[in-house]
Design a protein around this ligand. Structure first.
Ligand SMILES: Nc1nc2c(ncn2[C@@H]2O[C@H](COP(=O)(O)OP(=O)(O)OP(=O)(O)O)[C@@H](O)[C@H]2O)c(=O)[nH]1
Length: 309
C-alpha cells in the first residue's frame, strides 16, 4: 500500500513550519515523517519542528523545485525503507519554491506506487495579504495558490474580520471552488489530510511546467560563536529590513541565559523562545532572504559582525 504524501507550499513566512508542527503533534495516531526544505545554508525550520531528530529530513541550500529535486526523490525512497515505515509523509517546500515542478515529480508512476500525493496544502499569510493586497498579483504566490487543493488562510487572528472577508472574496474569485480554511497558528484539521483514501482530492490536473527555473531570491547565512548586543542587533535589523523578505534565526544576547528565536516576515519582527541548540552548532545562526541582488553580502556580514557583544 502506498504512503500518503501531503505537500505544504506557501510564500516565505506564511506559516508552513507552524502547520507542519501542528500536524506532527496533533493526536491522529499516525507515524508521520517530515521533509523540510529551507532556502539557505542553515536549516532553522528543521530545528523548530517537533521531534526533529526522529523521522525528519532536512534538504537545504537550494530549493526542491530546482536543484534539490533528485535529493527529494532519494529522500522519499530512504524514508519509505525505514523500519517502522512512516504512515504519512509531509513535505514542506521552501517559500521560494514553485510547487508545480514538485507535483510533477511526485506524480511519477514509480513514486506514486509507494508514496502517493494525497493533497497539496497552500498556506497563505492573511496578515501579509491585508498589508500588501498587491501580493496576489505575484506570479510565484499565484502558482503556489493554484497548486493548492486546500488553502489555509493563516494568521486569521492578526486581521480584522472585514479585511479577512475581503481576502476570502479575492481568493474565491481567483481560485473558484477551492476550499479556503481560516486558520490560527497553523491549526488545520489534521483529519483532512493524509487519509488512507488516496482519492480524497481526485481532480488533480498535471500542472504546467515551472516558470521559476531560477528562483528570484537569494539567502545569506551568518553564524557567531558568542552572544550579540541586543540594541545593536535591533538597529542592524531596522537598517536591513527594507531589503529583506524574510529572516529567521536562533540568537543569543548578552546578559540573557536562554537562546531566542528571531522571526521576521515582511517588516514585522518577533522574538520568542528557541529550542535548545543541537550539539556542535554555532550558538548564533541567522538566515536572511531577499530578492536577488538586493543584499551586498560583505557589507551585510560586516554589519552583523558589529552586533557581536
Ligand atoms: N499571528 C500569527 N502568527 C503566526 C501564525 N502562524 C505562524 N505565525 C508566525 O509567523 C512566523 C513565520 O511562521 P513559519 O511557520 O516559520 O513560516 P514558514 O512559512 O515556515 O516560513 P519559511 O519557511 O521561512 O517560508 C512565525 O513568527 C510564526 O510564529 C498565526 O496564525 N498567527
Amino acid at each position: 500500500m502506498s504512503v500518503p504524501v501531503l505537500l505544504v507550499t506557501g510564500f516565505l513566512g506564511a506559516g508552513k513550519t507552524t502547520v507542519i508542527n501542528h500536524l506532527l503533534t496533533a493526536p491522529h495516531g499516525k507515524r508521520l515523517a517530515a521533509v523540510v526544505n529551507d532556502f539557505g545554508a542553515i536549516n532553522i525550520d528543521a530545528e523548530l519542528l517537533a521531534g526533529s531528530a526522529e523521522g525528519m529530513v532536512a534538504l537545504q541550500n537550494g530549493c526542491i523545485c530546482c536543484t534539490l529535486q533528485g535529493d527529494l526523490l532519494r529522500t522519499l525512497s530512504l524514508l519509505l525503507r525505514r523500519d517502522p515505515a512512516p504512515e504519512g509523509i509531509v513535505i514542506e517546500t521552501s517559500g521560494v519554491s514553485d510547487p508545480a515542478e514538485i507535483v510533477r515529480s511526485l506524480l511519477d508512476p514509480v513514486i506514486w506506487r509507494e508514496a502517493a500525493l494525497d493533497a497539496v496544502l497552500c498556506v497563505a499569510d492573511a496578515q501579509a495579504l491585508a498589508d500588501r493586497p498587491a501580493m496576489l498579483d505575484d506570479a510565484l504566490l499565484l502558482s503556489q495558490l493554484r497548486a493548492g487543493d486546500v488553502i489555509s488562510l493563516n494568521k486569521a487572528d492578526a486581521v480584522p474580520a472585514g479585511q479577512l472577508a475581503d481576502i476570502r472574496a479575492r481568493l474565491a474569485a481567483l481560485l473558484p471552488g477551492r476550499t479556503v480554511l481560516e486558520t490560527r497558528c497553523g491549526r488545520v484539521p489534521a483529519g483532512l489530510f493524509l487519509s488512507d483514501d488516496p482519492l480524497a482530492f481526485p481532480d488533480r490536473a498535471l500542472p504546467a511546467a515551472s516558470r521559476f527555473a531560477t528562483p528570484g531570491f537569494e539567502s545569506l547565512s551568518w553564524t557567531a560563536e558568542g552572544p550579540l548586543s541586543l540594541p545593536r542587533f535591533q538597529a542592524t535589523v531596522s537598517r536591513l529590513a527594507p531589503l529583506l523578505v524574510r529572516a529567521k534565526g536562533i540568537l543569543r544576547f548578552e546578559g540573557q541565559q536562554h537562546p531566542m528565536l528571531f522571526q521576521m516576515v515582511g517588516q514585522r519582527a518577533t522574538f520568542g523562545a528557541a529550542p535548545a541548540a543541537p550539539p556542535g552548532v554555532a550558538p548564533v545562526r541567522l538566515v536572511l532572504i531577499a530578492e536577488n541582488g538586493r543584499l551586498q553580502p560583505d557589507a551585510v556580514r560586516a554589519l552583523l559582525n558589529d552586533c557581536r557583544a
